[in-house]
Design a protein. Structure first.
Lengths: 444, 388
């Protein structure tokens, strides 16, 4: 068993651009877990409102121009993260996820005059997060929700960008929040209850030890990755939350394409959804179904979308493509130059592909590649939906709820407005994560 | 009529002065571009988008528009009428599960044959010779077995240079095994006759069925120094077992008793059959007269400087029935130079450093519901050739 320590209460153990091999090897998992347990005890005594305040303070600090994380956020395209960490969002998320009674995290709460019981949400203990390699910051989202539920957190990072999470976690340790009562809440409360590590994929002994230590296992990743986590031994009563492989697309109704300006608004929102997470998130669109019959035809919309992709990409430059990704993008461009229309810039930063005969979901190409496909009616996309579809961005006014009902009825997890696809909200993948990160208890 | 391509093929495969080669190759490439532009509508549409005009000849290889190799899996590209197609090739589709589809006419086949003959002649010293084939004899009753028939098709071109063929593997479950007695008898007979001969086989069979078992038994065939071992088909199956070129060559040299420079890895690919790039036991592959090789930076697609690793691009004007003139592969490599044996000239070559790894399995977003995606894999029956 070899566990590399990336972050603990002492701070980051690797730099932003370091590889996992540069991280020190932890002397003992037991001592790390013991330290986290102590950190969690301290966390339990903090009010939810203060923890939210701490996140809010971190979000404000990180977006200041001279903050060291400001560049990191820009470089990795994580602009959504500070927004997600703001008080307004977290209060809404907590209220939604905790049955409308977020105060239950702090004390027993009497929910209803018709019910004599008082309810409280107790932390589960240690939450171990298996973080996906493609979007490592996702682990931070589950970690923060677990933190607000006053759990200790252990993040198992991927070998891709292993230095990112430690820098962000340190970003919490460095802030301080002063609550309305004038009490100072130190960010070290977070870092003392949090650690990030790396273990090799084939280190089964380490993987089993992590799994057996967990009170909640949160698995982000592809099918193989999440299945391998779920196959690990666990203690009886351990909760599992799986955010497995999903794909997403968008649907544009003809009524939103009544003129060039409307079409451009939709295209701009869609472009922003595409470039978030460099199109690597499960909520990133790949196929865009455009309803025929609007003043702006699908081929014209594809051209407008190309212009907006160019504009948004200028503001949010892409990450470097791997050689195989570059070859794939080049192949899509060539194919659509030959049999349809391909819109792209001088470099490999973005691509919009259109062919009138194309149907169904496109095979994702990544590299900020969108496939525009015409549909006679927005409801004709319903058969393409399965349980593996995560987000369907809708730019639809007519029959919006009927369409969302049909799409989610077949398995889609959410149908936000186009432009909000990229936002991580609650519920996610069919569940309220925080609800699963607590133990609901009662007293009569 | 394609006089420029014929002129190019009339030249020797190696040893042509660089200026003469460049001029002949460029003229042939321009001739080929015009042909495909006129006869392959999807190619013409793509050329138009790239700004190519047949009236304006390409002046250097760097500015020649290139096709990514994956396009042959996505679009059927033909520059001849259907009645002229004599064969359809499919590649092995190792990474994408969708095979390339290449249509061949007789003109293309003839050119491929001419080029391959010239290159094999150069490789083997202008002399046909007996081949010991490291495979199972493809008898008619076995022809229906897909893998065996595919392997047989893949080596057919090389066997043109054989005066006789001696198969020394036998069927044995999933993996053919070496008939050691047959091998020793054949080798003894050929050595006794004083003939120059060579071995031919797929890289993974060479290692797994022949070299490794003999090496483990400590057997050395003690062959004459003029014996060549030619292998092809790629390294993927051996890489899965962590066997690299150095291991294969060291063990093969010990087993055959020949220098490692005689163990030649033949690199080539379905989309430009007819041209092979043998190494000399060290990974260095000289670029023949009939082709040019470039390396492109995968981030910018600009041509990379000497020695820098990037995606390999191959330029070859031989295909007549499909526009496979300039193809960017998903193999990584680099251009290298070295002095010739007499030290008089610099030989330009390249090294293949493996396939560009497919992207990381996506944490999320990598799922395509299988029941709703209609893969566009072509269904025409064909043989598998090529050895990339």
């Amino acid at each position: 068993m070899k566990i590399r320590l990336l972050f603990d209460a002492d701070g980051p153990h690797i730099s932003l651009d370091a590889t996992v091999e540069e991280a020190p090897i932890a002397t003992s998992l037991e001592s790390l877990l013991k330290r986290l347990k102590t950190g969690q005890e301290a966390l339990r005594s903090i009010a939810l409102n203060d923890l939210i305040g701490l996140c809010d303070a971190a979000a404000k600090a990180w977006t200041k121009a001279n903050h060291p994380l400001a560049n990191v956020i820009r470089r990795y395209g994580l602009g959504f993260l500070p927004l997600w960490m703001r008080r307004g969002n977290l209060e809404t998320t907590c209220a939604r996820s905790l049955r409308g009674y977020p105060d239950s995290l702090d004390r027993f709460v009497h929910w209803s005059a018709n019910d004599s019981a008082h309810y409280r949400a107790q932390p589960r203990g240690l939450v171990v997060h298996w973080v996906a390699g493609n979007v490592p910051v996702l682990g931070l989202l589950s970690m923060l929700q677990a933190l607000l539920c006053k759990n200790a957190n252990l993040l198992k990072a991927s070998h891709v960008s292993p230095g990112l999470l430690p820098q962000l976690l340190q970003g919490f340790a460095d802030v301080e929040y002063v609550n309305p009562q004038g009490e100072r809440i130190a960010g070290t409360l977070v870092s003392e209850a949090t650690a990030a590590i790396y273990v090799e994929r084939d280190d089964r002994e380490a993987a089993c030890a992590l799994s057996e230590a967990a009170d909640v296992r949160v698995a982000w990743g592809g099918r193989e990755a999440v299945e391998s986590v779920m196959r690990l031994p666990r203690r009886l009563g351990t909760e599992d939350i799986v955010f497995g492989p999903k794909t997403s697309f968008a649907v544009i109704g003809a009524e939103r394409l009544s003129n060039e300006a409307d079409a451009r608004r939709v295209a701009q929102a869609l472009a922003r959804d595409c470039v978030a997470f460099d199109q690597q998130g499960c909520n990133s669109p790949h196929t865009v179904f455009v309803e025929l019959g609007g003043a702006i035809a699908p081929d014209h919309f594809a051209a407008v979308l190309g212009e907006e992709m160019a504009r948004v990409t200028t503001q949010s430059p892409p990450m470097e493509l791997s050689p195989s990704e570059a070859a794939r993008v080049l192949t899509v461009r060539t194919e659509y130059d030959m049999r349809g229309e391909a819109h792209y810039g001088a470099d490999l930063a973005w691509t919009v592909a259109y062919a009138p005969e194309d149907q169904g979901l496109a095979e994702p190409c990544y590299g900020r590649t969108l496939f525009v496909r015409p549909v006679a009616d927005v409801f004709s996309v319903v058969p393409w939906v399965t349980q593996e579809v995560q987000t369907i961005g809708l730019a639809v006014d007519d029959s919006r709820h009927a369409l969302a009902d049909a799409l989610t009825g077949r398995g889609a997890a959410r149908c936000p407005e186009v432009g909000n696809m990229r936002l991580y909200d609650s519920p996610w993948d069919g569940l309220f994560p925080m609800d699963r990160l607590v133990r609901w208890v009662s007293t009569g | 009529m394609s006089p420029r391509i014929d002129e190019l093929l009339a030249m020797p495969p190696f040893g042509v002065e660089p200026e003469a080669k460049s001029a002949a190759l460029l003229a042939a490439v321009n001739e080929a571009m015009r042909h495909h532009y006129e006869h392959c509508p999807p190619f013409r549409r793509w050329c138009d988008k790239q700004g190519y005009r047949p009236s304006t000849p390409i002046r250097d290889m760097v500015s020649l528009p290139f096709l990514p190799v994956g396009i042959f899996k996505r679009v059927e590209l033909s520059s001849v009428g259907g009645d002229q197609v004599v064969r359809v090739l499919t590649s092995s589709a190792t990474s994408s599960q969708i095979p390339s589809r290449i249509v061949l006419d007789q003109v293309t086949r003839n050119r491929q044959m001419r080029a391959l003959t010239a290159m094999m002649t150069h490789l083997l010293g202008g002399q046909r010779r007996p081949f010991i084939v490291l495979d199972v004899l493809p008898t008619p009753d076995r022809a229906a077995e897909q893998e065996l028939s595919a392997r047989a098709a893949g080596m057919r071109g090389y066997l043109m240079a054989a005066t006789s063929k001696h198969y020394v593997l036998r069927e044995s479950g999933a993996m053919p095994t070496l008939d050691v007695d047959q091998l020793l008898a054949t080798v003894g007979q050929l050595k006794k006759g004083g003939q120059q001969f060579c071995f031919l086989g797929y890289t993974y069979l060479l290692y797994q069925a022949v070299v490794r078992p003999l090496y483990e038994q400590g057997i050395c065939l003690d062959l004459p120094e003029n014996v060549f071992v030619l292998h092809f088909g790629g390294w993927k199956k051996l890489q899965d077992q962590a066997v690299d070129r150095a291991t294969l060559n060291a063990q093969a040299a010990a087993v055959f008793g020949i220098p490692t420079r005689n163990i030649r890895d033949l690199y080539g690919f379905t989309e430009q059959l007819g041209v092979i790039y043998p190494d000399e036991g060290n990974g260095f592959r000289e670029i023949p007269t009939y082709t040019e090789v470039l390396v492109r930076n995968p981030q910018t697609m600009q041509v990379a400087p000497l020695g820098q690793v990037g995606l390999l691009e191959f330029i070859c004007p031989l295909p007549n029935s499909y526009p496979g003139i300039a193809i960017l592969l998903d193999d990584l490599g680099r251009i290298v130079e070295r002095p010739s044996e007499d030290g008089q000239v610099v030989q330009r070559g390249f090294e293949v450093l493996g396939r560009a790894a497919r992207a990381e399995p996506r944490g999320c977003g990598d799922t395509l519901p299988s029941q709703v995606y209609s893969a566009d894999a072509p269904a025409t029956a064909s043989v598998t050739e090529g050895n990339r």
